[in-house]
Write a protein that binds this ligand. Structure first.
Ligand SMILES: *Cc1c(COP(=O)(O)O)cnc(C)c1O
Length: 387
């Protein structure tokens, strides 16, 4: 077939063929740790032991690769497990990587507190300043780590430009595509080498499973990362792989609604009394709006808001929302609110990645937008009260 099916079609059908033996429309969950061999070494379809491979996980990997239009994808037990295997696959003691100044806090923790002890150096830069990126690259640099939109300040960086800068210096350019998802942004087609995901977020989409993924085209790097996963063990379970596959099938329609709802909430908050700034790439006033419009097909479901009343009002707003649940994480069908400096980004408090204390992050769900707007309006009013 020369025609590549559309995104929603790939999300629903890739890796999800009807079961040959029973005709089951949904492939079964292969809850097995090991596989019978037809004589020593006589493996059926290459399956031997669950850490090395499992049919349900293989199905998810085929689906993930199709989403990013990648040659290969590997499914992990968490987003950070995927990042860890990828980075250890590429880097050796003495090597160095360049990361953005508002990457996911856990990524920074992995790089600074784990890889650092193993002799891997890093530099933190503002990725939207291409000259700073250039200046941070040393002869030891092997990886350029990009996250756009960034978390939680929704900074947009130019993937194609960064890929060019990185490739000129011989680096592997990695994009954490968790916030945008492949429904909105396809980094490999913009020149990146590797995409990583926390599938815990939008791909799973229902806040019921932890998982991660790496998608890439390079055969040699794929082999390395797959070997690392096999040798170190951070595989996703068959049931987790099934849940993630199930979630992915509705990704396209969910992202449409997440984006529409977030746009309305951003517009509602923007310029409101007590609101210092709304960070949402779908607003004309966002500095990355034009770039986002070019490299993303929609603006996504994540936004942050800074309050003029400072930390006190920000905390009260987060605690007074009712339809939005106060919780870590993002990307589920239900709306969540997070106070980054004490929750998701507590690990970077006091570092150069610290998040301002008047900022609250919203993961806008797919509920009725009128209910979300009413909740936001009520909470802003109650947060602004003197007592
Ligand atoms: C959550 C998250 C991760 C880490 O993923 P886990 O599944 O929690 O290990 C990495 N990057 C981004 C952008 C995230 O939001």
């Amino acid at each position: 077939m020369s025609h590549v099916p559309g995104f929603a079609t790939r999300a629903i059908h890739a890796g999800q063929a009807v079961d040959e033996t029973t005709g089951a429309v949904i492939p079964p969950i292969h809850l097995t740790s090991t596989h019978k061999q037809d004589g020593i070494g006589g493996l059926r379809n290459g399956y031997e032991y669950g850490r090395a491979g499992n049919p349900t996980r293989s199905n998810l990997e085929e689906q993930l690769a199709a989403l990013e239009q990648a040659k290969h994808a590997i499914s992990f037990s968490s987003g950070l497990a995927a990042e860890d295997a990828l980075l250890r696959g590429i880097l050796r003691p003495g090597d160095h990587l360049v990361i953005g100044n508002d990457v996911y806090g856990g990524t920074y923790r992995l790089v600074s507190r784990i890889l650092g002890d193993w002799g891997v150096g890093h530099s933190v830069v503002d990725l939207s300043n291409l000259r700073d990126v250039q200046a941070a690259i040393t002869p030891e640099t092997k990886v350029l780590w990009v996250e756009t939109p960034s978390n939680p300040l929704m900074k947009i960086t130019d993937i194609a430009e960064l890929a060019e800068i990185g490739h000129h210096a011989g680096l592997t350019v990695v994009v954490d595509n968790t916030f945008a998802t492949p429904a909105l942004q396809q980094p490999l087609s913009l020149g990146a080498d590797v995409v990583v995901h926390s599938t815990t977020k939008y791909l799973g989409g229902h806040s019921d499973v932890i998982g991660g993924a790496v998608a890439l085209n390079d055969d040699a790097l794929h082999e390395k990362v797959r070997f690392l996963q096999f040798a170190a063990g951070a595989v996703s379970s068959p049931f987790d792989a099934y849940l993630t596959s199930r979630g992915i099938k509705t990704l396209d329609v969910r992202m449409e609604r997440h984006s529409a709802n977030a746009q309305k909430i951003a517009e509602f908050l923007d310029g409101r009394d007590g609101v210092e700034r709304v960070y949402y790439p779908g607003l004309d006033s966002h500095p990355g709006h034009a770039l986002a419009a070019q490299q993303m097909s929609r603006f996504g479901g994540m936004l942050s808001v800074a309050f003029t009343g400072g930390e006190r009002v920000a905390r009260r707003f987060a605690e007074r929302l009712e339809v939005f649940t106060l919780a870590e994480s993002l990307g589920g069908v239900e709306s969540l609110v997070n106070y980054p400096s004490e929750m998701t980004h507590a690990s970077v408090k006091g570092t150069e990645l610290a998040v301002p204390e008047n900022v609250v992050r919203l993961s806008v769900g797919i509920e009725d937008v009128d209910d979300l707007l009413a909740d936001v309006e009520r909470a802003t009013a109650r947060a602004a009260k003197k007592r």
